[in-house]
Write a protein that binds this ligand. Structure first.
Ligand code: ZN
Length: 132
C-alpha cells in the first residue's frame, strides 16, 4: 500500500523504535504511547483489518503477542499488558500491547451497560443464527 504509514515503516522509509522483527511481522513502540513501552505489532504484508488477515498469519502473530507480553512486562516492570485491536486509525492491521499498572489511574477502554429485558436473548439468538 503506497500511502500506508505502517508499510512505510516496514520499508524503512519512516523511522521507528523497533523492538522485534522477523519475516512475518514487526513490533515497534507506538509514537503516541498510552504508557511507556506501548508497542504495536503489525504483519509485514498489508492487510487492512483483522478480518482481512489470513488465519495462518493471525496464529503466528498471536504467538508473537504472547512472547512480547512477557518481554514487555519484564522490560517496563508493569503489572500486566493489555491487548487492543481497534482498526479505525491506521488501515493496516495492528495489535496494541499496552503496559498497565493496577493503580495507573487510566480509564477502562469502555463503559458498560445493562441489557434491557429480553435483549440478551435476542442478541444471543441473532449471533447463533449467523454462526450456523
Ligand atoms: Zn500497510
Amino acid at each position: 500500500m503506497e500511502n500506508c504509514i505502517f508499510c512505510k515503516i516496514i520499508k524503512g522509509e519512516i523511522p521507528c523504535h523497533k523492538v522485534y522483527e522477523d519475516e512475518n511481522c514487526l513490533a515497534f513502540l507506538d509514537i503516541n504511547p498510552v504508557s511507556s513501552g506501548h508497542t504495536l505489532l503489525i504483519p509485514k504484508k498489508h492487510h487492512k483489518m483483522l478480518v482481512d488477515t489470513p488465519d495462518e498469519l493471525l496464529a503466528v502473530l498471536m504467538i508473537k503477542v504472547k512472547k512480547l507480553m512477557r518481554i514487555i512486562k519484564t522490560a517496563v516492570n508493569c503489572d500486566y499488558v493489555v491487548l487492543s485491536v481497534i482498526g479505525i486509525d491506521v488501515p493496516h492491521f495492528h495489535i496494541h500491547l499496552i503496559p498497565r499498572f493496577y493503580n495507573d489511574g487510566l480509564a477502562n477502554f469502555w463503559s458498560t451497560k445493562k441489557y434491557d429485558e429480553g435483549e440478551a436473548e435476542k442478541v444471543t439468538e441473532k449471533i447463533k443464527e449467523i454462526l450456523l
